[in-house]
Design a protein around this ligand. Structure first.
Ligand code: FAD
Length: 389
């Protein structure tokens, strides 16, 4: 076992760090202030620099590296903000991966080069007003009309809605009940019958648009089928990488909070000395560091183990442990960061309160922490717990 990153991994991490710190700090402030998404020309710049193709195949324009490399890059972006990291998340660990894994060669060839170049982003629309944790209750329906599907239904909570060009839409594709009837289609924002609700006002996640999406008899070509009816388990089995990405968004925030707090407590004076000289402050800093390091190890382990697994993806157990832990610690690390910064921690100009607000979301998005714990227990005892019986 060797915990050191390779030369190549360190170089990539350093390139991402230099870019994120050099070019994204001001942008992150602007996205937060105006609640707008990363502008198209900057997403293209991410693409030109290779950040949107780290672990995507070279023949589509990616770098063809591993998932650990992808997460190293994502972490550096997320240290600046979740919003500037979001296009990287979507390309490297999110819905673009679903296309890469399950789409036809033609679909991959049509979409992935655009994603890698930063020409288009892909979002995922799973949740519905009446289907969140109980995702298999979803009612969006696509009927088979011979040469195309007709898609109707309403999705809730899609991150990137309106901003993203493409949507991986989980939908019923047959009359089979529950998971058995569910598959996924790829939908283009510009097609007739696709419309978006108002931008939701969330506690955090400014700079990442969240909206409902309504599909009203949208004609979806057969070529845009990603997974057919009965493919729900397949879609979920590939979700381990998304969980690791979600965990890495949490880790980046927490690591950024630790870095900021460490600098602050050495500069800020009270009673004639830097506040880091007070033991209570030292304890908080140490707690933060312990939690950040432990989360990082769980995430890196999940990604490193994936390289040795049959499907090349992080396992349910590894990724759930990493996600759940990182989702929980980001809440306490950022809260500790806010506490040691006193009134400045609570002030919008200093960034720490944003980390607190953004950090809370990750333990809800992509499956709540309580449900992750159910996955963890299921993996430990070797059987799934049926939530409906
Ligand atoms: C910031 C943000 C971004 C999101 N982005 C996306 C996105 O891009 N695409 C998308 O499709 N969705 C997205 N979501 C939706 C997200 O996946 C759901 O919010 C999440 O799955 C929970 O569903 P719910 O909100 O309906 O809560 P519910 O399912 O109603 O759950 C409410 C509470 O009940 C608990 N609970 C429910 N069932 C169980 C159970 N069986 N065992 C134990 N506890 C249980 C939950 O843990 C939770 O605490 C996003 C959500 C947020 C907040």
């Amino acid at each position: 076992m060797d915990f050191r990153l390779s030369e190549q991994q360190l170089e990539l991490q350093d390139a991402a760090r230099r870019f994120a710190r050099g070019e994204l700090v001001e942008l992150a402030r602007e996205l937060e202030e105006k609640d707008v998404s990363v502008p198209a020309d900057m997403v293209r710049r991410y693409g030109e620099l290779g950040f949107l193709g780290v672990n995507l195949p070279a023949h589509y324009g990616g770098l063809g590296l591993g998932h650990l490399e992808a997460l190293l890059v994502l972490e550096q972006f997320a240290m600046i903000s979740n919003a500037v990291a979001f296009p990287v998340f979507e390309a490297l660990v999110g819905p673009a991966r679903t296309i890469e894994r399950f789409g036809s060669d033609a679909l991959k060839a049509a979409i992935l080069p655009q994603v890698i170049a930063g020409e288009a982003t892909v979002a995922v629309s799973m949740s519905e007003p009446e289907a969140g944790t109980a995702l298999t209750d979803l009612t969006t329906r696509a009927s088979d009309e011979g040469d195309h599907f007709l898609l109707s239904g309403t999705k809730r909570w899609t991150s990137g809605a309106g901003h993203s060009r493409y949507y991986v839409v989980y939908t019923r594709l047959s009359d089979a009940p529950g998971a058995k009837g569910i598959g996924a289609l790829l939908v283009d924002r510009d097609w007739d019958g696709v419309s978006f609700g108002a931008r939701e006002q969330l506690m955090g996640f400014r700079g990442i648009a969240t909206r409902d999406i309504a599909f009203d008899n949208v004609q979806v070509p057969k070529d845009n089928s990603i997974v057919g009816a009965g493919g729900f388990a397949q879609l979920m089995s590939a979700f381990g990488l998304e969980r690791c990405g979600n965990a890495t968004q949490s880790l980046g925030l927490a690591a950024g909070a630790l870095e900021q707090a460490t600098e602050y407590v050495q500069e800020r004076q009270a009673f004639g000395k830097p506040i880091v000289d007070f033991q209570a402050v030292q304890l908080r800093l140490a707690e933060m560091a312990m939690q950040v390091e432990a989360a990082r190890l769980l995430i890196y382990r999940a990604a490193a183990n994936a390289a040795h697994s049959a499907d090349g993806l992080p396992s349910v157990l590894d990724s759930s442990l990493a996600k759940c832990f990182a989702n929980e610690i980001v809440r306490s690390v950022t809260a500790n960061g806010m506490q040691v910064m006193g009134g400045y921690g609570y002030h919008k100009d200093y960034g720490m309160e944003q980390r607190v607000r953004d950090g809370f979301a990750w333990g809800i998005a992509g499956g709540t922490t309580d449900v992750q714990k159910t996955n963890i227990a299921a993996a430990l005892v070797g059987r799934r717990f049926d939530q409906r019986r």
